[in-house]
Design a protein around this ligand. Structure first.
Ligand SMILES: Cc1cc2nc3c(=O)[nH]c(=O)nc-3n(C[C@H](O)[C@H](O)[C@H](O)COP(=O)(O)OP(=O)(O)OC[C@H]3O[C@@H](n4cnc5c(N)ncnc54)[C@H](O)[C@@H]3O)c2cc1C
Length: 422
C-alpha cells in the first residue's frame, strides 16, 4: 500500500474466512473492496474442522470446486467419547443430513484461508497483507477513515463502509462504541499442537473429528491430510498457572484420558504447544450505521461443535448482502436492519450455546451420549452438529425437548450415568 490516502467502497479488516467471504460477495456485486490483513498468508490459525452446512456457503462464493481439488481430508462425521473410551457416540452426516451434506473437510487453516483469500483477490478484491489497521474514525458526513501500518509505512484508507472481520482481535466493535459481554461463566483455555503418527480410524471414519469429554474440559482430535493430527485440550482458565505449565498440564491430561493416550501412543509432536483463551463473548449489537461486525469479530462461540468457520462465512455473506442493498439505495443502515442482522447472527450463535451448555453439564452430556431414537431427538441434534443453524419448527421443538431431558437427567437418571465423569 502506498503511504498516500486511498479510497474504496468497502474496507474489510482481516482476511480470514469472514473477510474473504464478505469480500468475494461484495466485489461480485460491483463494489470496490479493499481487504487489509495484518499477517502474511499462509499463516497458522486454529479451527480446522468444518461443518457440512458450510459447504453451501463455499459453493455460493464459487470456491467449493477449488476446495475439492486442494487435497484436504474428507470428514464424514463426528464422534464423542468418555475419557476411558467406554462410551462413544459416533455420528454420520449422511444418515442425518441431505445428500449434499454427506461430507465436508478437515483443513489445515493456513492453506484453507490462503485459498479463500486468493479467491477473493481473483474476484476483484484488492488485498494488502502485512497491513495492520491501527485506528478507525467514523464521523458523520465524512467517509470512514482507517489508519494502517504496512510494508511501506503508515497509510490512510477512506471507505463508505467497513466490515470488521478481524477475528478475536475484534478491532472495530468497541471503537465503534458497542458493548462487549461474556456469554459463558467459565473462562477456558485451549492448549494444542499438531502430531504425526497418531492412530487414525479405518475407512470413511478416518476423517471423523473425535471429541473426548473429561471431568473438567475436553480434547479434540482432528485428523488432517497426510499423517497429521491436530490435538487440543480445553480446560478451565483457573487450572493454568502460567506459560511454563502447558507441557505438564497437557501430558497429565493425556495420561488421565486413556481414549486420548492410546491414540497418541506412537505419535510425535510436530509443533510447539500453543495456548489460546477461548472464553465466549459477543457485542451488544453487530452493526452501526456504516460498520458491520462479522465472524469472531462479532462474537466468539465455544469451539466444541466446530461452528466457528461456518458462522464466520455465514455472517460475512449476510453482512455483505445487507450492505449491498443499502449502498444501492445510497443510504446507511437503518436501525431495524442493524437489529435484524444482529438478531439473525445471535440466533445462529444461541442454537449452539444451548447445546454447548448441555455438553459442559455432566447430566446433559450423559443424555448426549445415550442417543435413543425417541421422537427423532438424536437426528435433530445431529443436524445442528452438522451446521443446520436455521432448523424447521419440528427440529426446533425437538431441540427444546432435548434441553428439557438434559435438565431432568440431573434428578432422574433417564440416561445411564457415566461414572468416570461423576
Ligand atoms: C481453540 C479453538 C478451536 C477452534 N476449533 C474450530 C474448529 O474446529 N472448527 C471451526 O469451524 N472453528 C473453530 N474455531 C473457531 C475458528 O477458529 C474461528 O471461528 C474462525 O477462524 C473465525 O474466522 P474469522 O474470519 O472471523 O476470523 P479469523 O480466522 O481469526 O481471521 C481474522 C483475521 O484478521 C486479521 N486481523 C486481526 N486484527 C487485524 C488488524 N488490526 N488489521 C488487519 N488484520 C487484522 C488476523 O490476522 C486474521 O487473519 C476454534 C477456535 C479456537 C479458539
Amino acid at each position: 500500500m502506498t503511504p498516500h490516502p486511498q479510497s474504496c467502497d468497502v474496507a474489510i479488516i482481516g482476511g480470514g474466512p469472514a473477510g474473504s467471504a464478505a469480500g468475494t460477495r461484495l466485489s461480485r456485486a460491483g463494489l470496490r473492496v479493499t481487504i487489509l490483513e495484518k499477517e502474511k498468508f499462509p499463516r497458522f490459525c486454529v479451527g480446522e474442522s468444518l461443518l457440512p452446512h458450510g459447504n453451501d456457503l463455499l459453493k455460493e462464493i464459487g470456491v467449493w470446486d477449488k476446495l475439492e481439488q486442494a487435497g484436504f481430508l474428507r470428514k464424514y462425521g463426528a464422534e464423542f467419547s468418555t475419557p476411558d473410551g467406554e462410551r462413544q457416540n459416533r455420528l454420520w452426516f449422511g444418515e442425518n443430513l441431505a445428500p449434499q451434506h454427506e461430507y465436508t473437510y478437515q483443513v489445515e487453516r493456513a492453506p484453507f484461508d490462503q485459498l479463500l483469500l486468493d479467491h477473493a483477490r481473483e474476484n476483484g478484491c484488492t488485498v494488502h497483507e502485512e497491513t495492520r489497521v491501527t485506528a478507525l474514525h467514523d464521523a458523520p458526513g465524512a467517509p470512514i477513515t482507517l489508519h494502517a501500518e504496512g510494508p511501506s509505512g503508515r497509510t490512510e484508507l477512506t471507505a463508505r463502509w467497513v466490515v470488521d472481520a478481524s477475528g478475536r482481535c475484534a478491532f472495530a466493535g468497541s471503537r465503534a462504541g458497542l458493548r462487549r459481554r461474556g456469554t459463558q461463566k467459565v473462562r477456558r483455555v485451549a492448549i494444542y499442537a499438531h502430531f504425526e503418527g497418531a492412530t487414525r480410524h479405518e475407512g470413511k471414519a478416518e476423517g471423523h473429528i473425535t471429541i473426548i469429554r473429561t471431568a473438567g474440559g475436553w480434547f479434540w482430535l482432528i485428523p488432517l491430510a497426510g499423517n497429521r493430527m491436530s490435538v487440543g485440550l480445553v480446560l478451565p482458565h483457573g487450572e493454568v498457572k502460567g506459560e511454563g505449565d502447558y507441557n505438564d498440564l497437557f501430558a497429565a491430561a493425556v495420561a488421565a484420558a486413556p481414549a486420548v493416550a492410546q491414540r497418541l501412543d506412537s505419535a510425535r509432536r510436530l509443533t510447539p504447544l500453543r495456548a489460546t483463551g477461548d472464553y465466549s463473548w459477543k457485542f451488544s449489537s453487530f452493526a452501526t450505521r456504516r460498520v458491520l461486525l462479522t465472524g469472531d469479530a462479532a462474537g466468539f462461540v465455544d469451539p466444541i461443535f466446530s461452528s466457528g468457520v461456518m458462522l464466520a462465512l455465514q455472517s460475512g455473506l449476510r453482512a455483505a448482502d445487507l450492505l449491498v442493498k443499502a449502498d444501492r439505495c445510497g443510504r446507511s443502515l437503518r436501525l431495524w436492519e442493524r437489529w435484524a442482522y444482529t438478531r439473525s447472527v445471535t440466533g445462529w450463535m444461541n442454537r449452539y450455546a444451548r447445546l454447548i451448555r448441555s455438553f459442559y453439564d455432566r447430566a446433559g452430556f450423559e443424555v448426549f451420549m445415550s442417543p435413543q431414537p425417541v421422537l427423532q431427538l438424536p437426528r435433530s441434534v445431529a443436524r445442528l452438529v452438522g451446521g443446520q443453524t436455521d432448523p424447521g419448527l419440528a427440529d426446533r421443538l425437538r431441540l427444546r425437548l432435548f434441553d428439557t431431558v438434559c435438565r431432568l437427567q440431573r434428578r432422574l437418571n433417564i440416561a445411564p450415568p457415566i461414572p468416570s465423569l461423576r
